[in-house]
Design a protein around this ligand. Structure first.
Ligand SMILES: [Zn+2]
Length: 192
């Protein structure tokens, strides 16, 4: 059977094999035989956000609704790769917004987080991209996003400071302008 046309991904196994050699390994030993293909599939999965857009992910789930209280989705787990070391950073994300006539199905918010987490990222940019995407899609009165994460590039190497959390936030609209809205959001995020 003819081989499928080369896809961009087809080079990753070869590159991983070279990397194993560079690291002093023998890629032909039994335990490593399937590693280049496995690493390739894992990397493709962990970066599949490049092939997704927010409009795709939330299409059909944005509804006109006269609800003007804060909507909050807390403790959304996420896993991403830092763009400086391609090592994991992971934690949880809290997303709130104040609707202005439009709401989105709650299950879609974690998917929006996934679109941006599954790329090479910086925590600061991830936080902002989630907030701006929801702001663009829902045109709400405001959006707040808080991300808490552990970075393995800091814990496993370099300063080796285990367990430290990095916290970032992005506030747009009323979440930025109105201290009461921001305080309500942060209070709900902190509450157990
Ligand atoms: Zn890093």
């Amino acid at each position: 059977m003819a081989k499928a046309k080369p896809q961009p991904g087809d080079h990753i196994p070869e590159l991983v094999e070279s990397l194993l050699v560079e690291l002093g390994e023998d890629p032909s030993r039994q335990g490593l035989k399937g590693t280049p293909d496995r690493v390739s599939r894992a990397l493709r999965e962990l970066t599949d956000g490049y092939g997704m857009s927010v409009s795709q992910v939330i299409s059909g789930a944005v509804f006109d609704q006269d609800y003007d209280e804060m909507v909050l989705v807390k403790d959304i787990p996420f896993y991403s790769l830092c763009e400086h070391h391609m090592l994991p950073f992971f934690g949880s994300c809290h997303v709130g917004y104040l609707p202005k006539g439009r709401v989105v199905g709650l299950s879609k918010i974690p998917r929006v987080v996934g679109v941006f987490a599954h790329r090479l990222q910086l925590q600061e940019r991830l936080t902002r991209e989630i907030a701006e995407a929801l702001n663009g899609a829902l045109e709400p009165k405001g959006v707040g996003v808080v991300v808490e994460a552990r970075h393995l590039c800091m814990e496993m190497r370099g300063v080796q400071k285990p367990g430290g959390q990095m916290i970032t936030s992005c506030m747009l609209g009323t979440f930025r302008k109105d201290p009461r809205t921001r305080a309500e959001f942060l209070d709900l995020v902190r509450r157990n």
